[in-house]
Design a protein around this ligand. Structure first.
Ligand SMILES: NC(=O)c1ccc[n+]([C@@H]2O[C@H](COP(=O)([O-])OP(=O)(O)OC[C@H]3O[C@@H](n4cnc5c(N)ncnc54)[C@H](O)[C@@H]3O)[C@@H](O)[C@H]2O)c1
Length: 395
C-alpha cells in the first residue's frame, strides 16, 4: 500500500475492519471507483477529487489502460483490474459503481457483502424485485447506499422540493416531467447499455430505463407515490449502431415513451422520455402546478448556463426567473459549471456528508427500486394497452 493511501483517517479506516463506519469514526472517507470511462471521468471523479474529505484510494477497470489513465488524471493512490481486489482493500470505506447497466446489481451486492457503503449508477437493476432485495441487503449489513439520480442534485430541483415542502406552491395538482434530447437521433452514433443477448423480436425498453428511471424518481420525490400509469412506447430508428456490435443492428429499441400518471395524492402527471427529440443535454424539464403557485425548471444547457428556474403565483401569473440559493451549490460551482460536474459534485457532497456526519439518507437503493417499479408498470401498461396500478409496498 502506498503512503498516500495510508495517511490521515484512511489509516483509521484501514485499522478498523468491516468498513461500515459512520460519523465521528472517520474524518475522511476512503473511496474506490469501479468503472473508468466516460461518465466516471466527466462526473464522478471530478466530484470525488473536489471533496476535501475524500481520499481517492483506488480506481478499478477491467481494461488496465483506462484505470491507469484516470489514476494519473485524478491522483488515485492505486489501480485494480478486478473489483474483488478493490473490495478487499481496507483503506476503502465507500465504493462507487460506474460500469455498464447490466453489471450494477452484482457489483453493488459484492460491495455490500464486503461491508462498503455504495454509490451506484442508475438503474440498479432492470427489474424492481432484485433492486428491493439489494436495498434490504444494505440495510441488514448496515451500509449506506445512494443511487446516481443526477437530477435530484440540480439546484433548481432542490429549490422546487423546498417550495413544495414549505407549502409555497400549495396543494399540488400537476407534475409534468420530460427527459428528451437528440443523443441517439443519428443511427450511426452507437447506443450503449444493451446486453449482447438483447432480444431481436420485440420492443426493447431503453429510453424509459436510461432516461425514465431518474425522471420518474424526480417526479416521485416531488409528488409522492404513484398510484397508476398508462403509457405508449415506440421504436423510431429501426436500425442503429450498438456499442460492441459491428454494423447497424435491427433492434426495436424503445426510443421514446409517453405516460400518464395518477399519484396517490390525486395529482396528475405527464412523463416523456426520448432519445430522439431534437434539443440539447440533458434535456430535463419539470413543471409543477399547485393551488398557490407553479414552478418550471429547465435543466437544458443554453448559452453556457446549466439550468433555469421560473416561478409564478396565483396572484402574479407571469412566470419570472428565480435567482437560485447559493446553499444549493457545492463550493466553487455555479450555473456556468458543466452540468455533469455541477450535479455530481452536489450528489457526492451529499453522499459523503451523509456517511461522515451520520445524516439522513436520501436517494437510496430503495428509491432506485421504487423508480424501477414505476418503469416496470409503464412497460406493462404499454404492452397490455391498459392502466396499471402500482404495487402497494415493496414488490
Ligand atoms: N446519471 C447520469 O446522468 C448518467 C449519465 C451517463 C451515464 N450514466 C451511467 O453511468 C454508467 C457508466 O457510463 P459510461 O458511459 O462511462 O459507460 P462505459 O461503458 O463507457 O464505461 C464503463 C467502464 O466500466 C468498465 N467495466 C465494465 N465492467 C467492469 C467490471 N466488472 N469491473 C470493472 N470495470 C468494469 C468498462 O471497461 C468501462 O471502462 C452507465 O451505467 C451509464 O448508464 C449515468
Amino acid at each position: 500500500m502506498t503512503g498516500a493511501a495510508m495517511t490521515g483517517a484512511a489509516m483509521t479506516g484501514a485499522a478498523m475492519t468491516g468498513a461500515a463506519m459512520t460519523g465521528a469514526a472517520m474524518n475522511k472517507l476512503g473511496v474506490g471507483v469501479i468503472g473508468a470511462n466516460r461518465w466516471a471521468e466527466a462526473a464522478h471523479l471530478p466530484a470525488f477529487a473536489a471533496h476535501p474529505r475524500v481520499q481517492l484510494v483506488a480506481i478499478c477497470d477491467v481494461l488496465p489502460e483506462r484505470a491507469r489513465a484516470l489514476q494519473t488524471r485524478f491522483g488515485a493512490a492505486k489501480v485494480y483490474f478486478d473489483h474483488r481486489e478493490l473490495l478487499a482493500d481496507p483503506a476503502i470505506q465507500a465504493v462507487d459503481v460506474c460500469t455498464p447497466t447490466q453489471t450494477h446489481l452484482a457489483l453493488s451486492l459484492d460491495a455490500i457483502a464486503a461491508g462498503k457503503h455504495v454509490l451506484c449508477e442508475k438503474p440498479l437493476h432492470t427489474q424492481a424485485g432484485p433492486a428491493f432485495a439489494a436495498a434490504a441487503a444494505a440495510d441488514s449489513r448496515g451500509v449506506r447506499t445512494k443511487l446516481g439520480f443526477t437530477f435530484r442534485y440540480s439546484p433548481a430541483i432542490r429549490e422546487i422540493k423546498r417550495w413544495i415542502s414549505e407549502g409555497v406552491l400549495g396543494d399540488i395538482f400537476h407534475i409534468h416531467g420530460f427527459e428528451q434530447n437528440s443523443q441517439f437521433l443519428d443511427p450511426d452514433f452507437p447506443l450503449r447499455q444493451l446486453a449482447p443477448d438483447v432480444p431481436r423480436d420485440r420492443l426493447v425498453p431503453a429510453s424509459i430505463i436510461g432516461y425514465g428511471s431518474h425522471l420518474l424518481d424526480l417526479m416521485r420525490w416531488l409528488g409522492g407515490e404513484f398510484h397508476s400509469v398508462a403509457a405508449t412506447m415506440r421504436n423510431f430508428v429501426p436500425e442503429r449502431q450498438v456499442l460492441g456490435m459491428s454494423g447497424r443492428q435491427k433492434i426495436q429499441v424503445e426510443d421514446a415513451t409517453v405516460a400518464l400518471v395518477e399519484f396517490d395524492s390525486g395529482a396528475q402527471g405527464l412523463v416523456q422520455s426520448s432519445y430522439i427529440a431534437v434539443g440539447n443535454y440533458p434535456g430535463v424539464e419539470i413543471r409543477v402546478y399547485g393551488s398557490k403557485g407553479a414552478a418550471i425548471a429547465r435543466l437544458i444547457t443554453e448559452g453556457g448556463i446549466a439550468e433555469t428556474l421560473k416561478h409564478a403565483s396565483a396572484e402574479a401569473v407571469e412566470f419570472k426567473e428565480v435567482v437560485l440559493d447559493t446553499a444549493h451549490f457545492p463550493p466553487g460551482t455555479s450555473l456556468a459549471t458543466p452540468w455533469p460536474e455541477l450535479y455530481y459534485r452536489n450528489l457526492i457532497r451529499h453522499f459523503v456528508d451523509e456517511i461522515l456526519e451520520d445524516g439522513a439518507a436520501e436517494c437510496t437503493f430503495h428509491d432506485g427500486a421504487k423508480s424501477q417499479q414505476i418503469v416496470d408498470a409503464i412497460i406493462a401498461a404499454h404492452a397490455e394497452r391498459r392502466w396499471v396500478r402500482l404495487p402497494e409496498g415493496d414488490a
